[in-house]
Design a protein around this ligand. Structure first.
Ligand code: HEC
Length: 239
């Protein structure tokens, strides 16, 4: 019993994958189809040019997110010519390495390796940096090779750092230099949609799993009634 408790405590301990940096909470909901659809729209428009999501097929996404196939074909398929094609990037890896110094990784499983909170925080932590080759840096991912691809939505911000008690420069706050087309609340909500979509991308079966869970519990509840009646029947003559 003690061992079981120890195991449960270990499993439920939070994992600090970010090396202790502060991560913002994000509300992930596989039943929020509208959010997943908006997230998919952002993903194909802003991410697929550099990153692939090569474990996903366009028609699978269309089916799971209830997007009509012709809408996907006309508005979302920039990197494949078949609806059954994989969501690959069009950017050759060699060129990407030349341009960014690093090839943008495939994002199929990124929500599982980094976690949704990390992605949600990362996408909202870009700031202008003259010393960086791309002109951008990121508070969560120092010296990141990725530019701020959503800056026309969020706006361009400077980051202000302050010295802490140990004389180390730490992030203090952002200052808006050029506002984007969205205010902070709208942008946070869009990045939540994007993160929600990337969680789906990393585990499409989650859509079915969470729905199936409800049926399984319902079945168990009904089964319990019959099991109980049967038990009463069997034991009725024994005292
Ligand atoms: C212009 C090309 C480009 C575009 C467009 C782009 N990225 Fe990136 N991204 C990169 C590069 C390059 C890296 C590698 C950064 C590094 O390792 O320094 C990266 C890294 C990342 C990482 C971190 C991966 C890791 O764990 O190391 C995430 C998450 C990410 N991108 C998400 C996105 C999302 C979401 C979008 C769309 C909104 C997007 N990217 C659009 C170039 C791009």
């Amino acid at each position: 019993m003690k061992k079981l408790f120890l195991l449960l405590t270990l499993v439920s301990m939070p994992v600090f994958a970010s090396g202790g940096a502060h991560l913002d909470e994000v509300d992930i909901d596989m039943n929020d189809t509208a959010s997943l659809q908006r997230g998919a729209g952002l993903f194909v428009n802003y991410c697929l040019s550099c990153h692939g999501a090569a474990f996903m097929r366009y028609n699978r996404m269309a089916k799971d997110l209830q997007i009509p196939e012709d809408v996907v074909k006309d508005n979302m398929m920039f990197t494949a010519d078949r609806i059954g094609g994989l969501m690959k990037t069009t950017m050759p890896e060699e060129d990407a390495k030349k341009w960014f110094g690093k090839a943008p990784p495939d994002l199929s499983l990124i929500a599982r390796s980094r976690g949704p909170e990390w992605i949600y925080t990362y996408m909202r932590s870009f700031y202008l940096d003259e010393d960086s080759p791309s002109g951008w840096n990121n508070v969560l991912f120092e010296k990141v090779a990725m530019p701020h691809v959503l800056y026309n939505l969020q706006g361009a911000r400077k980051a202000i750092f302050k010295k802490n008690d140990h004389g180390k420069e730490v992030f203090d706050h952002y200052e808006m230099v050029k506002p984007g087309s969205m205010n902070e609340e709208e942008f946070d909500s869009s990045v939540r949609d994007l993160t929600n979509f990337m969680v789906y991308l990393a585990e499409p079966a989650r859509m079915i799993r969470t729905k199936l869970g409800v049926y399984v519990l319902l079945f168990l509840a009904i089964f319990f009634v019959f099991a109980y009646l049967l038990k009463k029947e069997y034991w009725k003559d024994i005292h």
